[in-house]
Design a protein around this ligand. Structure first.
Ligand code: AMP
Ligand code: ZN
Ligand code: FE
Ligand code: FE
Length: 291
């Protein structure tokens, strides 16, 4: 069983459209695929339609999800994977909308800093790199810098200019992780903290905060991910055991925007079953798509 619970499409900063992603996952014989774009559910319908109208008799299951940006009291960035939550639940939608809006003014501020340093780039250049109203992120800025000839690739743009410790880096508004967990759970979904110790990205979550997240209703923890070292995996497995958390593994696929390959890490079927069993029954029917 190939279960990949973390992927991105052009609805945020991936390079495959939801249709291309679903088709690719079916060709790769993935059994369960979650679409988890940053701070949006806008790819859900297209992905669902692509699966339901796929020409072959596929048994792949599509999980509707999102990777929600959060920030702790110290300003440390935390990503929360929410699965199979109800999109009629307004308080959650409002938080996502606020984050998406703030990402635009944050982009303007990053661009101003780049301009001050003599790097010519505009908001229009960045908008030209995203599809429709996709969640705007640094990868779009990276693509614009490539298009303008400032750097050769997304990776180089991040390494040279856009990484979290860069002088050009500015954060965007994000809710607290405990608030997001409560919202996801109130909307009938399940919450899994994404790559909690991906230390090369910057400062990571304090272990003590994990306890608060568990209290707020955290269901699981993404451990098998390319951004975790073996030591970090061991440390996280211990935390999962102590707190009775479900353990997941996933690719964090972004198409050609990152090296991550579909299903390069996967979730054990038992862990997936445990996660699914915690989803509100009506959401299990409507947010897990299969033919
Ligand atoms: P943002 O959400 O705007 O803060 O941008 C963060 C996104 O940039 C994350 O989704 C990462 O997947 C992506 N990212 C971070 N580092 C890199 C990199 N070196 N190459 C490509 N994408 C990256
Ligand atoms: Zn991303
Ligand atoms: Fe992430
Ligand atoms: Fe991601």
């Amino acid at each position: 069983m190939l279960i990949d619970l973390h992927t991105h499409s052009t609805s945020s900063d991936g390079t495959d459209s939801p249709t291309e992603l679903v088709n690719r996952a079916i060709s790769r014989k993935i059994d369960v695929l979650a679409l988890t774009d940053h701070d949006t559910t806008r790819g859900w319908d297209e992905a669902r339609h692509s699966l339901l109208s796929h020409p072959s008799q596929t048994s792949m299951q599509l999980v509707q999800g999102a990777e929600i940006s959060c920030q702790d009291a110290e300003g440390i960035s935390i990503h929360m994977l929410g699965y199979m939550f109800d999109t009629e639940f307004q308080p959650l939608l409002e938080v996502l909308e606020r984050t998406r809006e703030n990402r635009v003014s944050r982009m303007e501020r990053i661009i101003a800093r780049l301009n001050e340093a003599g790097i010519e780039i505009s908001l229009e250049d960045v908008h030209a790199q995203r599809k429709g109203d996709a969640t705007l992120g640094r990868p779009h800025l990276a693509d614009a810098l490539v298009a303008r000839g400032h750097v050769a690739s997304r990776d180089e743009a991040f390494a040279a200019l856009l990484h979290n410790k860069s002088k050009f880096y500015i954060n965007h508004y994000s809710p607290s992780p405990t608030e997001v967990i409560r919202l996801i759970k109130s909307a009938g979904g399940v919450a899994v903290i994404a790559h909690p110790l991906a230390s090369q990205r910057g400062r990571t979550i304090k272990i003590e905060l994990m306890e608060q997240l568990v209290e707020a209703g955290l269901d699981g923890i993404e451990i098998y991910h390319r951004d975790h070292s073996d030591d970090e995996k061991v440390q996280l497995l211990q935390i999962a055991k102590e707190n009775d958390l479900i353990v997941t593994g996933s690719s964090d696929y972004h198409g050609t925007g990152k090296q991550n390959q579909l299903a390069e890490f996967t979730t054990h079927p038992q862990q997936w079953g445990a996660l699914l069993s915690r989803v509100r029954p009506d959401n299990q029917k409507t947010r897990l798509i299969q033919r």
